[in-house]
Design a protein around this ligand. Sequence first.
Ligand code: SF4
Length: 264
Amino acid sequence: MSYPISATKLQAYNRCPYAYYLRYERRFNSNEFFGSAALGTSLHQALATLHRDWHYHEPIPKRKWIYHCWDEASTGLTPTQVEEGRTILEGYYDKFILSEPSLSKPLAVEGKIQAMLHIENLEFLISGRYDRIDFIDNGLELIDYKSSRDFKIPASDEMDLQIGLYFLALEQTYHQSLRYLSLLFLRTGEKVRYRATQRHKKQVRSVISDLAVRLRQDKTWEPTPGKQCDRCSYARYCPAVTPEPLPLPTTLSASSELQLALSL
Ligand code: SF4
């Protein structure tokens, strides 16, 4: 049995072991750092159809192809959202398709990758989702669509972990190296490209190794206060930021993911 790990989990651990412990070891559900939007989901679906189901017999699809993809993906949205999404997709078409001599078929679209990693005598099951993986010279480019209103670049340490984890997972899945991870901001048409290197892979192994030691030795999950505390919904329970923290709910799980996942 394996201990499941993902970029989201590893980033949470890196931000604060105590928040990680509450969320993943004690399964204390909160909406900390999470959120979703129907328009964003529909945009992701439309882009998946656009790249996956295009026949690739012509250099680039005609504009009516994106309208078809959007009609399929936008059912259930409000009229305002439908209009907004259509405008966003038109912008995507103009910037990223019409400007190219031809549209290349991606290696994969909207999928899940998994990989195994053995560290400190523990087996970790790495899993992650991706929006699109393209072949480029000597490797792969992973595309992550961003549909939020703000053009907000994630913190560099969070990006480093995400890149390292995908580097490991893609190497095992496709036997190819990740060359770039790109964030594509749908509302502004900006594309931010990060070069993936062996350094990212080493860094992610080091953070997982630290997590493994903590899991094995049952070390304290100490809080590490920082700017993330402003958005942390565990703050009321956290001794690092609240002088008299609330006791944890008695309904929380007593067993850790490790005990469930591994035969020790
Ligand atoms: S408030 Fe800050 S230190 Fe406390 S658990 Fe949340 S992130 Fe960690």
